[in-house]
Design a protein around this ligand. Structure first.
Ligand code: DON
Length: 304
């Protein structure tokens, strides 16, 4: 398969279709990003990199980092983790609070904000220097020093944190939060404020296409069994209340972020990261999703 030609074809078609959305503005520091940027990088399991457009420009990975934090925490707790957070799609927006009360403080899954806050809380219980250790972990996965926590983005989200703070206190009221709330929120906002480019992001997801083994870190990151579970969670929950639509249109396990990025894997073949800042009303990148839909259509191949 000539992946370079494939992604260039996809890129050209997206640029001529030019589907538009709206840059996330609830984090003011992200609202100012140039909305026309669009890039894509595909990494195969030999480590070959194929890129097009703005694929070398760092961007805010936001919720995509929830996959990295889950990966750090999962082997520490194994199935015990699922007593604190469920593994069901939520069918609700990423920052919804309503379901949490009906379900007595157990978030539906680790990718909605409530669930990701539980994961970050669990991470803070096991790692003494969480922000540094998350950065080191992702650098290791990507095989190079690529992670930068953008402090302006971090502070910007921290100054507009009413919803996430409410979620954390709500979790605490159900005894599903162990560490000081401010500390966990700081770690959460910091990992969401990580910036990387499409190449490094795709490299950091490569182990999920490779049964848990990273060719860049040169070690097993997750067991095959755990890697399969993370992929199942991405497929069913990675796009919040648009997870079904993404499975239908694209058919790959993936994770989105409000910075406009999407990282996805084709098991046993490749990992891919796509980025374009304008989002649809569900908070997922319009061009990134369309690009991945075109990609699997052209490949005549997906998980299904
Ligand atoms: O917690 C938040 O609102 C952001 N730091 C992350 C949200 C996000 O990326 C949702 N994904 N599409």
């Amino acid at each position: 398969m000539d992946y370079q030609t494939l992604i260039e074809e996809v890129y050209q078609e997206i640029q001529s279709e030019n589907p538009r959305g709206k840059v996330a503005d609830y984090i003011p520091e992200i609202a100012g990003v140039n909305p026309d940027q669009f890039g894509m990088a595909l990494v195969d399991l030999e480590g070959n990199v194929f890129g097009v457009g703005d694929y070398q420009v760092p961007f805010s990975i936001q919720s995509i980092s929830k996959v990295h934090t889950l990966t750090m925490v999962f082997p520490k707790f194994n199935t015990q983790l699922w007593s604190r957070v469920n593994v069901e799609p939520s069918g609700n927006p990423f920052n919804s609070i309503a379901q949490l009360e009906y379900e007595k403080g157990i978030p539906r899954n680790p990718f909605i904000n409530a669930g990701a806050l539980v994961i970050t809380d669990a991470l803070c219980s096991k790692f003494d220097h969480p922000v540094e250790q998350i950065s080191t972990f992702i650098n290791d996965l990507a095989g190079e020093n690529c992670v930068r926590v953008n402090q302006e983005v971090m502070n910007s989200e921290k100054n507009h944190a009413a919803r996430n703070t409410a979620l954390a206190y709500f979790l605490k009221s159900y005894q599903n939060f162990d560490n000081p709330i401010e500390q966990v929120l700081d770690v959460y906002f910091s990992h969401c404020a990580i910036e990387m480019n499409c190449v490094d992001l795709a490299r950091s997801f490569s182990f999920l296409a490779n049964d848990g083994y990273s060719i860049f870190a040169k070690r097993e990151i997750l067991t095959e069994s755990h890697a399969r579970r993370v992929n199942a969670l991405m497929l069913t929950c990675g796009f919040y209340d648009e997870a079904g639509e993404f499975a239908y249109r694209v058919g790959m396990p993936g994770k989105s972020g409000v910075g406009g990025g999407v990282a996805a894997v084709m098991p046993h073949k490749f990992s891919i990261a796509v980025w374009s800042p304008e989002l649809n009303e569900k908070g997922n990148s319009v061009k990134s999703i369309r690009a991945l839909e075109l990609l699997t259509d052209k490949l005549s191949f997906s998980l299904f």
